[in-house]
Design a protein around this ligand. Structure first.
Ligand SMILES: [Fe+2]
Ligand SMILES: [Fe+2]
Length: 269
Protein backbone atom coordinates (compact mmCIF):
# COMPACT_ATOMS: atom_id res chain seq x y z
CA UNK A 1 0.00 0.00 0.00
CA UNK A 2 1.28 3.45 -0.87
CA UNK A 3 0.63 5.80 2.04
CA UNK A 4 1.25 9.51 2.59
CA UNK A 5 0.98 10.97 6.07
CA UNK A 6 1.07 14.78 6.32
CA UNK A 7 1.69 16.80 9.48
CA UNK A 8 -0.50 19.43 11.11
CA UNK A 9 -2.17 21.83 8.66
CA UNK A 10 -1.68 25.35 10.06
CA UNK A 11 -3.94 28.19 8.93
CA UNK A 12 -4.81 29.36 5.46
CA UNK A 13 -1.39 28.80 3.92
CA UNK A 14 -1.42 25.19 5.09
CA UNK A 15 -4.99 24.66 3.91
CA UNK A 16 -4.24 26.14 0.49
CA UNK A 17 -1.09 24.02 0.09
CA UNK A 18 -2.98 20.86 0.97
CA UNK A 19 -5.91 21.52 -1.37
CA UNK A 20 -3.65 22.66 -4.24
CA UNK A 21 -1.00 19.94 -4.03
CA UNK A 22 -2.60 16.75 -2.72
CA UNK A 23 -4.70 15.89 -5.82
CA UNK A 24 -1.52 16.02 -7.96
CA UNK A 25 0.54 14.09 -5.39
CA UNK A 26 -2.11 11.38 -5.19
CA UNK A 27 -1.73 10.78 -8.93
CA UNK A 28 2.04 11.35 -9.16
CA UNK A 29 2.89 9.01 -6.26
CA UNK A 30 0.03 6.57 -7.00
CA UNK A 31 -1.14 6.94 -3.42
CA UNK A 32 -3.67 4.52 -1.96
CA UNK A 33 -4.15 6.29 1.36
CA UNK A 34 -3.64 9.88 2.55
CA UNK A 35 -3.84 10.78 6.25
CA UNK A 36 -3.37 14.35 7.53
CA UNK A 37 -3.45 16.00 10.92
CA UNK A 38 -5.89 18.94 10.78
CA UNK A 39 -5.86 20.25 14.37
CA UNK A 40 -4.49 23.74 13.48
CA UNK A 41 -6.30 24.32 10.20
CA UNK A 42 -8.66 27.02 11.49
CA UNK A 43 -6.44 30.06 12.12
CA UNK A 44 -4.10 27.78 14.07
CA UNK A 45 -6.79 26.54 16.42
CA UNK A 46 -9.02 23.61 15.57
CA UNK A 47 -10.78 22.38 12.46
CA UNK A 48 -14.18 23.45 11.12
CA UNK A 49 -16.51 20.94 9.41
CA UNK A 50 -16.29 23.03 6.23
CA UNK A 51 -12.49 22.71 6.19
CA UNK A 52 -12.67 18.99 6.93
CA UNK A 53 -15.01 18.55 3.94
CA UNK A 54 -12.56 20.45 1.72
CA UNK A 55 -9.63 18.23 2.80
CA UNK A 56 -11.64 15.04 2.26
CA UNK A 57 -12.69 16.30 -1.18
CA UNK A 58 -9.07 17.13 -2.07
CA UNK A 59 -7.90 13.60 -1.29
CA UNK A 60 -7.58 13.06 2.45
CA UNK A 61 -8.89 9.64 3.49
CA UNK A 62 -8.62 10.30 7.22
CA UNK A 63 -8.07 13.50 9.24
CA UNK A 64 -6.56 13.26 12.72
CA UNK A 65 -6.65 15.87 15.48
CA UNK A 66 -4.90 16.54 18.80
CA UNK A 67 -4.98 18.90 21.77
CA UNK A 68 -6.71 21.51 19.56
CA UNK A 69 -9.54 19.09 18.68
CA UNK A 70 -12.23 21.14 20.40
CA UNK A 71 -11.16 24.71 19.52
CA UNK A 72 -13.89 24.95 16.86
CA UNK A 73 -16.94 23.71 18.70
CA UNK A 74 -18.90 23.01 15.47
CA UNK A 75 -16.66 19.96 15.09
CA UNK A 76 -18.35 18.19 18.03
CA UNK A 77 -21.56 17.08 16.23
CA UNK A 78 -19.60 16.65 12.98
CA UNK A 79 -17.30 14.07 14.62
CA UNK A 80 -20.36 11.88 15.18
CA UNK A 81 -21.54 12.07 11.57
CA UNK A 82 -18.13 11.94 9.79
CA UNK A 83 -16.20 8.89 10.96
CA UNK A 84 -13.15 9.77 8.82
CA UNK A 85 -12.28 12.62 11.19
CA UNK A 86 -10.87 11.29 14.48
CA UNK A 87 -9.69 12.80 17.77
CA UNK A 88 -7.22 11.28 20.25
CA UNK A 89 -8.38 7.87 21.45
CA UNK A 90 -7.39 8.43 25.06
CA UNK A 91 -9.92 11.12 25.94
CA UNK A 92 -12.05 9.83 28.83
CA UNK A 93 -14.97 7.49 28.03
CA UNK A 94 -18.04 9.41 26.88
CA UNK A 95 -16.08 12.11 25.01
CA UNK A 96 -17.72 12.84 21.60
CA UNK A 97 -16.20 11.37 18.48
CA UNK A 98 -13.90 8.40 17.95
CA UNK A 99 -10.18 7.79 18.31
CA UNK A 100 -9.79 5.27 15.51
CA UNK A 101 -11.33 4.39 12.16
CA UNK A 102 -11.07 1.60 9.61
CA UNK A 103 -11.33 2.82 6.00
CA UNK A 104 -11.66 0.93 2.75
CA UNK A 105 -8.70 1.17 0.39
CA UNK A 106 -8.88 0.32 -3.35
CA UNK A 107 -8.08 -3.31 -4.09
CA UNK A 108 -10.35 -4.76 -1.38
CA UNK A 109 -8.01 -3.61 1.36
CA UNK A 110 -8.64 -1.92 4.69
CA UNK A 111 -6.57 0.45 6.79
CA UNK A 112 -6.83 1.28 10.47
CA UNK A 113 -5.91 4.81 11.59
CA UNK A 114 -5.49 5.63 15.28
CA UNK A 115 -4.90 9.07 16.83
CA UNK A 116 -3.47 9.23 20.37
CA UNK A 117 -2.18 12.02 22.57
CA UNK A 118 0.91 11.93 24.78
CA UNK A 119 0.88 12.89 28.44
CA UNK A 120 4.29 14.48 28.94
CA UNK A 121 4.11 18.32 29.06
CA UNK A 122 0.50 18.10 27.85
CA UNK A 123 -2.95 17.81 29.40
CA UNK A 124 -2.62 14.24 30.70
CA UNK A 125 -5.49 12.22 29.26
CA UNK A 126 -6.09 8.52 29.93
CA UNK A 127 -3.23 6.09 29.27
CA UNK A 128 -2.56 6.21 25.50
CA UNK A 129 -0.40 3.06 25.46
CA UNK A 130 -3.13 0.76 26.77
CA UNK A 131 -5.77 2.48 24.62
CA UNK A 132 -3.70 1.85 21.46
CA UNK A 133 -2.94 -1.72 22.50
CA UNK A 134 -6.65 -2.46 22.90
CA UNK A 135 -7.53 -0.93 19.51
CA UNK A 136 -4.74 -2.82 17.71
CA UNK A 137 -5.97 -6.09 19.22
CA UNK A 138 -9.38 -5.53 17.58
CA UNK A 139 -7.84 -5.17 14.10
CA UNK A 140 -4.74 -7.40 13.73
CA UNK A 141 -2.30 -6.14 11.09
CA UNK A 142 -1.98 -8.41 8.06
CA UNK A 143 -5.29 -10.09 8.88
CA UNK A 144 -8.36 -7.83 9.24
CA UNK A 145 -6.46 -4.74 8.08
CA UNK A 146 -3.61 -4.45 5.55
CA UNK A 147 -2.19 -1.25 7.07
CA UNK A 148 -2.27 0.50 10.42
CA UNK A 149 -1.26 4.15 10.90
CA UNK A 150 -0.72 5.52 14.34
CA UNK A 151 -0.55 9.33 14.80
CA UNK A 152 1.04 9.99 18.19
CA UNK A 153 0.40 13.61 19.13
CA UNK A 154 3.04 14.50 21.73
CA UNK A 155 5.26 17.30 22.96
CA UNK A 156 8.15 15.03 24.02
CA UNK A 157 10.35 13.20 21.54
CA UNK A 158 11.04 10.52 24.17
CA UNK A 159 7.37 9.67 24.45
CA UNK A 160 7.03 9.45 20.67
CA UNK A 161 10.00 7.08 20.44
CA UNK A 162 8.48 4.98 23.22
CA UNK A 163 5.31 4.66 21.12
CA UNK A 164 7.38 3.64 18.09
CA UNK A 165 9.20 0.86 19.91
CA UNK A 166 6.13 -0.29 21.86
CA UNK A 167 4.18 -0.91 18.66
CA UNK A 168 7.06 -1.95 16.37
CA UNK A 169 5.81 -4.89 14.33
CA UNK A 170 2.17 -4.18 15.19
CA UNK A 171 1.62 -1.08 13.00
CA UNK A 172 2.71 -0.05 9.50
CA UNK A 173 3.61 3.45 10.63
CA UNK A 174 4.03 5.25 13.95
CA UNK A 175 4.44 8.98 13.32
CA UNK A 176 4.57 11.97 15.61
CA UNK A 177 2.66 15.22 15.23
CA UNK A 178 2.15 18.38 17.35
CA UNK A 179 5.68 19.83 17.40
CA UNK A 180 5.40 20.95 13.74
CA UNK A 181 9.11 20.52 12.86
CA UNK A 182 10.04 17.53 10.65
CA UNK A 183 12.68 15.29 12.20
CA UNK A 184 15.38 13.50 10.19
CA UNK A 185 14.97 10.13 11.94
CA UNK A 186 12.51 8.50 9.52
CA UNK A 187 13.38 4.82 9.41
CA UNK A 188 12.00 1.29 9.44
CA UNK A 189 12.32 -0.03 12.99
CA UNK A 190 13.71 -3.57 13.57
CA UNK A 191 10.22 -5.11 13.72
CA UNK A 192 9.17 -3.57 10.39
CA UNK A 193 7.23 -0.47 11.46
CA UNK A 194 7.97 2.81 9.69
CA UNK A 195 8.69 5.61 12.17
CA UNK A 196 9.34 9.35 12.32
CA UNK A 197 9.38 11.40 15.52
CA UNK A 198 7.65 14.36 13.88
CA UNK A 199 6.03 14.65 10.47
CA UNK A 200 6.44 18.44 10.47
CA UNK A 201 3.58 20.74 9.50
CA UNK A 202 1.80 21.94 6.42
CA UNK A 203 2.45 25.60 7.10
CA UNK A 204 4.77 28.60 6.59
CA UNK A 205 8.22 27.91 8.10
CA UNK A 206 9.06 31.63 8.37
CA UNK A 207 7.27 31.44 11.72
CA UNK A 208 7.30 30.01 15.23
CA UNK A 209 5.69 26.59 14.62
CA UNK A 210 3.37 28.14 12.04
CA UNK A 211 2.39 31.28 13.93
CA UNK A 212 3.57 34.81 13.06
CA UNK A 213 7.09 35.09 14.39
CA UNK A 214 6.99 38.62 15.89
CA UNK A 215 4.15 38.09 18.34
CA UNK A 216 5.21 34.51 19.10
CA UNK A 217 8.81 35.50 19.90
CA UNK A 218 7.64 38.43 22.05
CA UNK A 219 5.85 36.00 24.34
CA UNK A 220 9.24 34.57 25.27
CA UNK A 221 10.69 38.04 25.95
CA UNK A 222 7.79 39.31 28.01
CA UNK A 223 6.11 36.93 30.37
CA UNK A 224 2.62 38.08 29.44
CA UNK A 225 0.21 36.73 26.83
CA UNK A 226 0.28 39.70 24.41
CA UNK A 227 -1.80 39.70 21.25
CA UNK A 228 -3.60 36.60 20.05
CA UNK A 229 -1.32 34.49 17.88
CA UNK A 230 -2.19 34.30 14.19
CA UNK A 231 -0.84 31.90 11.56
CA UNK A 232 2.03 33.06 9.35
CA UNK A 233 0.77 33.71 5.85
CA UNK A 234 3.73 32.92 3.56
CA UNK A 235 3.76 29.91 1.27
CA UNK A 236 3.49 26.65 3.19
CA UNK A 237 5.77 23.67 2.98
CA UNK A 238 3.72 20.50 2.81
CA UNK A 239 5.58 18.13 5.18
CA UNK A 240 5.09 14.46 5.67
CA UNK A 241 6.23 10.92 5.15
CA UNK A 242 5.68 8.45 2.33
CA UNK A 243 5.52 4.78 3.28
CA UNK A 244 5.14 1.75 1.07
CA UNK A 245 3.93 -1.38 2.83
CA UNK A 246 3.59 -5.09 2.06
CA UNK A 247 -0.13 -5.97 1.94
CA UNK A 248 0.55 -9.50 3.21
CA UNK A 249 2.23 -8.40 6.45
CA UNK A 250 1.22 -4.75 6.70
CA UNK A 251 4.85 -3.87 7.47
CA UNK A 252 6.92 -1.15 5.80
CA UNK A 253 9.09 -1.79 2.75
CA UNK A 254 10.17 1.80 2.06
CA UNK A 255 10.02 5.12 3.84
CA UNK A 256 10.86 8.56 2.44
CA UNK A 257 10.20 12.13 3.54
CA UNK A 258 8.09 14.54 1.50
CA UNK A 259 8.56 18.31 1.65
CA UNK A 260 6.95 20.36 -1.11
CA UNK A 261 6.68 24.13 -1.56
CA UNK A 262 7.62 26.96 0.76
CA UNK A 263 10.96 27.48 2.50
CA UNK A 264 12.23 24.02 3.48
CA UNK A 265 14.57 22.00 1.30
CA UNK A 266 12.45 20.01 -1.11
CA UNK A 267 12.06 16.25 -0.91
CA UNK A 268 9.94 13.95 -3.04
CA UNK A 269 9.79 10.15 -2.49
FE1 LIG B 1 -0.38 21.06 15.88
FE1 LIG C 1 -1.08 19.80 18.99
Amino acid sequence: MRILFLGDIVGRSGRDAFVERVPGLRAQLALDLVVVNGENASHGFGLSPEMARAFLAAGADVITLGNHAWDRREIIPYLEEERRVIRPINFPPGTPGHGAVVVEVPGHRRALVINAMGRLFMDPLDDPFRAIQAELAKHPLGRSVQATILDVHCEATSEKQAFGHSFDGLASLVIGTHTHVPTADHQILPGGTAYQTDAGMCGDFDSVIGMQKGGAALRFWRKMPGERLAPAEGEATLCGLFVETDDATGLALRVAPLRQGGRLSQALP
